[in-house]
Design a protein around this ligand. Structure first.
Ligand code: ADP
Length: 351
């Protein structure tokens, strides 16, 4: 986008009364490889100039001055009418199975609209996702068999072999979790997993999660405390939020010390609900907090040794994705040796 900056600088440095769209500028605009449309800033309708790529990319009637007649595609006109008033504009739009990032900038009396074609990136993403999905599905069946037969062998072996079998079993479980996480993330990315909102009773959901995590909490000697009023209700996708909260509570148990505690609080604030999952465990170093939600990120192995062996590094990216899709936010506060606090704020009604 260096050319845009250069172009803007040239225009800004020009005397105000100089005509912007001299032939030189038109030649310049026609030579760039992004479709550009320039509208009058005041009426937001009159087409001042369109570069050659606009003509090649969209169906237009060049004799028309109003963009609603200039473009012949109803869908494109709808997008423009809907988004033109938001400023600065940065919106993904789909026109005839092609994808564009529509951006705008105001320069003097003009609005410049840039239609950045991202169809190829989208197509490549889809191919990659399908590829990852197929591999993951192919791996799932043999792994399920490994887990099944390992369970069966459990009772036919002597004590020392049982120990080896345990190692095989727990490693196979990590691989299965990794595959499940990859498949969920891939679905979330593709927006295939649409949010299905229904009424959620937060306390009941947290109690269910606690029951599922009790064996882990017992074996790590970590307590779980639930401070959620029983009448706290909101709307969201039950399955996805269950997964997200479970991941956070599970982390609070996994990255904790024996005798530690995980506290879950719920609070209604006007049109939002706040869910806090706090632990007094090993904590997270400042330098790691910014990468926490990156895929496959796991904090320094040395520091968390023994705790991270069954992790995939994908849990928190799923959490973030689920919260984003609910138009919520997630905040983290943590101090090494003192513990971590994860706060989620969600709208009470999903729209
Ligand atoms: P994992 O499967 O490794 O637990 P996550 O995405 O859930 O993956 O977490 C990423 C990393 O963030 C973990 O490996 C761990 O190092 C760190 N982490 C997450 N939650 C906590 C927590 N409550 N306390 C300390 N470290 C944490």
């Amino acid at each position: 986008m260096v050319w845009v900056i250069n172009f803007a600088v040239k225009i800004i440095n020009m005397p105000k009364n100089e005509k912007i769209f001299t032939d030189n500028y038109k030649i310049f605009l026609d030579s760039v490889d992004i479709p550009i449309l320039i509208l009058d800033k005041f009426d937001l309708k009159t087409v001042i100039y369109s570069n050659e790529l606009i003509e090649k990319t969209f169906q237009i009637d060049k004799s028309q001055k109003n963009y609603t007649d200039f473009f012949l595609d109803e869908n494109l006109i709808k997008h423009l009418s809907y988004h033109l008033f938001s400023f600065p504009l940065h919106q993904e739009i789909e026109i005839d199975e092609r994808f564009f990032i529509l951006k705008s900038t105001k320069i003097y009396d003009y609005i410049f609209l840039f239609f950045n074609d991202i169809s190829l990136i989208k197509k490549n993403d889809m191919i990659k996702r399908r590829y990852v999905d197929s591999i993951s599905h192919e791996l799932k069946t043999p792994l399920t068999n490994i887990l099944l037969y390992t369970e069966k062998l459990q009772n036919c072996l002597d004590e020392s072999s049982k120990e080896s079998l345990k190692v095989i079993y727990s490693n196979a479980q990590v691989l299965k979790k990794l595959i499940d996480d990859i498949l969920v993330l891939s679905k979330l990315d593709s927006h295939e997993l649409l949010i299905t909102p229904s009424k959620i009773k937060l306390r009941a959901m947290i109690v269910d999660i606690m029951k599922e995590l009790m064996p882990l909490a017992d074996s790590n000697n970590v307590d779980i405390e639930i401070l959620v009023p029983s009448d706290l209700e909101f709307y969201g996708d039950k399955k996805l939020l269950h997964r997200a909260f479970k991941n956070l509570i599970e982390n609070g148990i996994k990255y904790n010390n024996s005798g530690g505690i995980v506290t879950i609080k719920g609070l209604l604030e006007k049109n939002t609900i706040a869910i806090c999952i706090d632990d007094d465990g090993i904590g997270i170093e400042k330098k790691d907090i910014t990468c926490l939600f990156n895929r496959f990120f796991r904090a320094d192995e040395g520091r968390t040794k023994g705790n991270t062996k069954d992790g995939t590094g994908l849990g928190l990216s799923i959490v973030k994705n689920v919260i984003n899709q609910h138009k919520g936010i997630i905040e983290v506060n943590s101090e090494p040796g003192k513990g971590s606090k994860f706060k989620i704020i969600l709208p009470t009604v999903y729209s």
